[in-house]
Design a protein around this ligand. Sequence first.
Ligand SMILES: NC(=O)c1ccc[n+]([C@@H]2O[C@H](COP(=O)([O-])OP(=O)(O)OC[C@H]3O[C@@H](n4cnc5c(N)ncnc54)[C@H](OP(=O)(O)O)[C@@H]3O)[C@@H](O)[C@H]2O)c1
Length: 300
Amino acid sequence: MMNRRELIQWAGGALTFGSQPLGAQGGLLLEKTIPGTTESIPVIGIGTNRYVVGDSSANSQLAQTLQMFHRLGGRLIDTAPMYRSSETVLGNLIDDLELQGQFFLATKSDADRDKGGRERVENSFTQLRTNTIDLMQIHNLRGLDMLPQLRELQAIDRIRYLGITTSRTQQFPDFLQVMQVEKLDFIQVNYSLADRQAAERILPLAQDKGLAVLVNIPLGRGQLFRKVQGRPLPGWAADFGARSWAQFFLKYVISHPAVTCAIPGMRKLSHVEDNLGAATGQLPTSAQRARQESWFDSLI
Ligand SMILES: NC(=O)c1ccc[n+]([C@@H]2O[C@H](COP(=O)([O-])OP(=O)(O)OC[C@H]3O[C@@H](n4cnc5c(N)ncnc54)[C@H](OP(=O)(O)O)[C@@H]3O)[C@@H](O)[C@H]2O)c1
């Protein structure tokens, strides 16, 4: 088991510990630095692709979830205009909870310039009720011709970082090519214990090029839990501080040296408490990660 100093060294200095908030199980949340900057973000964010307008009890559940995420030290929120009302719901919740300015807001752009791309981006500022979007990502490489306009918004600090996303392995060759030719700050990609292809070329290239990495679908859309249903956590999971299956899966993702932050989708309060626990304590070493892989692959 590595201590904090060894852990930071192993992660190439990119890993720090948040100085303010207390993590889910009482420890400081682990943070990683955005390459090329002095800014760091907690290694667990929140995905909100199912934050949609519902009845009042559904809305109050989302409010409690977001409030808990903030209370435990969570900062990065990933949303998109294509997630139905997610941006609007978040804009309202953040205002209602009086948490403006407390989050790192990541959203997406997916429309070509001549198909209303600029208006769609402007709409994101309105829905999220913010003057600054921390990260604007081209969604699934759709509407890449918006990049020059997005760079103009970056030059006047309305957008702080620019990135691209994918969640489809078939798109990896095109994704790699865009990573090679465009100047970007972030990428977002699918990666989990059950879906490791990004580690072959995308994550190493992100490291080479100094790009921050967000990981989507880190829990296989919930399918990973089905695979381990009825099984106890292996005893050695405690060696890197995993107290639940979610922490076992998320610690695997965030311990990859190229990964900056995983963004599990979370609508339930208990899931936020559980998942932010993955951002506390130890992370698996490379040997422990290899053990997680072979153990997972041996499951039928
Ligand atoms: N191309 C793209 O840009 C792209 C594509 C896909 C996803 N994304 C982003 O990535 C985010 C994450 O992806 P995802 O939500 O599809 O998949 P995911 O994070 O792998 O899985 C989310 C599912 O796991 C459940 N869950 C979360 N924590 C849990 C826990 N501790 N125990 C048991 N179940 C738990 C969630 O339940 P509850 O919701 O009920 O809490 C939800 O059903 C999205 O929200 C979105 O922001 C981006």
